[in-house]
Write a protein that binds this ligand. Structure first.
Ligand code: NI
Length: 178
């Protein structure tokens, strides 16, 4: 089932999401719905707070097939990549974000088993972005503030004038560490 994507500045996007005690049928259903919702919105990743559920669950598909992690934790990072990023909760906004080029993430899979996922390039960027969501951190907090631009959603080639739409304001309230 496709769920509604919560948009900024909904407060659930700024809350620290709760760990999942057990991967139950309800969590599996949430994962399935999140993948469906992400695909319907043509996204490459989604975190549970973006469908209004403040739990530590993320999904992604950067073109190599779907993935999901419960209680994900970044255990290693290396390198760096600087590139454009956006978010389904801030539609039309883009900014340049510096992320690690490689990450190793630990968490529980769909079956509740402990797994490790290694990501490079876009997958590394995506995993970092989605895990940030679980701590109430949005890409606008990490982006080069001068790079933030509203794209014209009717023609993404063209950028709107800077003053056409206000940028989101409270960038200092993320409450994330590291
Ligand atoms: Ni996002």
């Amino acid at each position: 089932m496709v769920r509604e994507i919560v948009k900024y500045p909904d407060p659930v996007l700024r809350k620290k999401a709760r760990p999942v005690a057990e991967v139950t049928e309800e969590i599996r259903e949430l994962i399935g719905d999140m993948l469906e919702t992400m695909r319907a919105a043509s996204g490459v990743g989604l975190a549970a707070p973006q469908v209004g559920i403040s739990k530590r669950v993320i999904v992604w598909d950067v073109g190599d097939g779907p993935g999901a992690l419960v209680n994900p934790k970044i255990v290693r990072t290396s390198g760096s990549q600087v590139g454009p990023e956006g978010c389904l909760s801030l539609p039309g906004l883009q900014g340049t974000v510096d992320r690690p080029d490689r990450v190793v993430v630990r968490g529980l899979n769909h079956d509740g088993e402990e797994v490790r996922i290694s990501g490079e390039g876009l997958l590394a960027r995506c995993l970092c972005h989605e895990i940030d969501h679980l701590d109430g951190c949005l890409f606008i907090d990490r982006a080069d503030q001068n790079s933030l631009r509203w794209l014209d959603v009717s023609d993404t080639e063209e950028e709107l004038e800077d003053e056409a739409l206000p940028l989101p304001e409270p960038l200092e309230t993320a409450g994330h560490a590291g």
